[in-house]
Ligand binder design. Structure first.
Ligand code: NI
Length: 255
């Protein structure tokens, strides 16, 4: 059994066949999916999925590229209320994204405030980091994020960055890109992450693994990430499934 720790099944890309997609995931041995609600539109749709399906859990938070839309006090209070819901297992995805042009100061404020909220509530955080490794690590450290820890989602950094994150109580999660032939660094990092700190995910509908690269991704494909990870680490897919599932349950307090 596998756990997809990062999915966006509420995306309109699944509007035509969401039920089918979820059924395929179950048939592929995915026993838990964590869906991520990251802005005003996707937080409610994520909560609907989590309330409808016993095996879908939710993370809710404000994405850095939507930072300008956040009404800070009001939306922090909204996220706080949702964190009391039994299916909400983390705050996220939050972080920094320097690929797009959302003003950095606003991103920093929104990121900082959500780390503070997570510490106050004792919830782990799911980190989105695009082209912002240094500042992500700096803000996590500044805000004492190691108190709650969490998940570095779809990790793409160096081993040096991974080590800093591991030391701050963050697990390292890999998605489809680690299956690409030219993904030398991610494969090297995946090989070195300790057994008890490794997670897998899809980030569907984005970032489909080989051989579906460029097409729509879905939770069933987390099995392809698991297969690649097992090969890189020289262990059986069963062992890889067991350890990543145990890690996800522990990190997200899923029974
Ligand atoms: Ni995501």
């Amino acid at each position: 059994m596998l756990i997809d720790t990062h999915a966006h099944l509420d995306s309109p890309k699944f509007d035509d066949d969401r039920e089918e997609t979820i059924r395929r995931a179950r048939e592929a041995g995915i026993d838990i999916i964590v869906n991520i609600g990251f802005n005003r539109e996707t937080i409610p749709t994520t909560m609907e999925l989590a309330e409808r399906y016993p095996f879908i859990y939710a993370a809710v938070g404000w994405h850095p590229t939507d930072a300008e839309d956040m009404r800070l006090e009001e939306d922090l209070a909204w996220i706080e209320r949702l964190c009391a819901h039994p299916k909400v297992v983390a705050i996220g995805e939050i972080g920094l994204d320097y690929h797009w042009d959302t003003p950095r100061e606003i991103q920093h404020t929104v990121f900082r405030e959500q780390i503070r909220l997570a510490r106050r509530l004792g919830k782990p955080i799911v980190i989105h980091n695009r082209d912002a490794h240094e500042d992500v690590v700096r803000l996590l450290r500044e805000q004492k994020a190691e108190e709650v820890g969490g998940i570095m989602h779809c990790f793409s950094g160096s081993w040096e960055t991974a080590k800093l994150c591991l030391d701050m109580n963050f697990d390292i999660s890999f998605g489809g890109p680690v299956t690409f032939k030219n993904a030398r660094v991610p494969k090297e990092v995946l090989a070195r992450v300790p057994d008890d700190r490794l997670l897998i995910e899809t980030d569907c509908p984005y970032l489909a693994p080989h051989p579906h690269r460029g097409k729509r991704n879905e939770p069933a494909y987390v099995a392809l990430v698991a297969q690649e990870a097992a090969e890189i680490r020289g262990i059986s897919i069963q062992d890889l499934a067991d350890l990543t599932s145990a890690n996800a349950r522990k990190r997200l307090a899923i029974p």
